[in-house]
Design a protein around this ligand. Structure first.
Ligand SMILES: [Zn+2]
Ligand SMILES: [Zn+2]
Length: 262
């Protein structure tokens, strides 16, 4: 296997005055999660931390106006593509239903297709994702990187986020929404003042994954009922580009009938 060497492992794009989207463009689209940095007046927040192929925090700090400011790391849930660098942060928050998993990850822990359960691969393919090559990375982060050396390193939570809790950055106040279905402790962050929802993997503009360990269509239906009832105007999902309320309702309307018989 010969992979090219990436020029930049991470890619960042400012999406509003205080918010920056970060991705790992050389990860297969299936596990290429969105990370969001929000720079607040009192403290910063990083929502999700990618795969953890190489250290993330040094790169993140190059994006911050004040890298010395306190930063809260929120894990939306504990799939491999969202908690890779959680261990690099001092303040680590997650929903209680996935706190054990964050401390000791038990799921996928490899960059190789051969280590992915067949049922999982079948789910991804059926959902509409392109096939995966030998590895989940399509370039090396640096010359000589050995993909076999990859390990997902968890970290215990330093605090828990339940539905109704808030994450206060000073000029941004986020309400925690428990959004199970894709995972038992999936959470979103909702800023009521602007209608902004960070929805993570509960809803994004790509194939949703709802069949697998820890997933529940019954929970997912309730999650969608909650989202429909919230005054959401813009959604930043865990994957794929952001979208507005109209598109959110379209996505929900696509999945709900599929789940009626389940
Ligand atoms: Zn994801
Ligand atoms: Zn996920």
């Amino acid at each position: 296997m010969t992979l090219p060497v990436a020029d930049n492992w991470f890619e960042a794009k400012k999406i509003d005055a205080d918010t920056t989207l970060i991705i790992e463009p050389h990860i297969h689209v299936l596990e290429q999660a969105n990370m969001f940095l929000v720079e607040g007046s009192e403290r910063d927040m990083i929502l999700d931390t990618g795969m953890g192929v190489i250290p993330f925090k040094p790169y993140l700090n190059t994006l911050r106006k004040d890298p010395g400011k306190e930063i809260i790391c929120v894990s939306s849930h504990t799939h491999i593509d969202h908690i890779g660098a959680v261990h690099e942060f001092d303040i680590r928050l997650v929903h209680p239903a996935e706190a054990d998993e964050m401390a000791n990850p038990s799921g996928l822990n490899s960059l190789f297709r051969r280590d992915m359960p067949e049922a999982l691969l079948a789910t991804f393919q059926a959902s509409g994702y392109p096939p995966i090559g030998e590895t989940l990375i399509e370039a090396l982060p640096f010359e000589g990187y050995d993909p076999e050396s990859y390990r997902l390193v968890g970290a215990p939570a330093t605090g828990l986020l339940n539905h109704g809790d808030t994450v206060d950055l000073g000029n941004h106040l986020y309400e925690v929404l428990h959004l199970p279905g894709h995972s038992p402790g999936g959470i979103g962050l909702f800023e009521r003042a602007t209608g902004t929802l960070f929805a993570a993997d509960a809803i994004y503009d790509g194939p949703l994954i709802y069949e697998g360990p820890g997933m529940s269509v019954a929970d997912y239906r309730k999650t969608f009922d909650l989202l429909k009832a919230m005054p959401v105007t813009i959604v930043h999902g865990g994957h794929d580009p952001s979208f507005d309320r109209g598109r959110m309702l379209e996505i929900i309307a696509h999945y709900e009938p599929l789940w009626e018989a389940v």
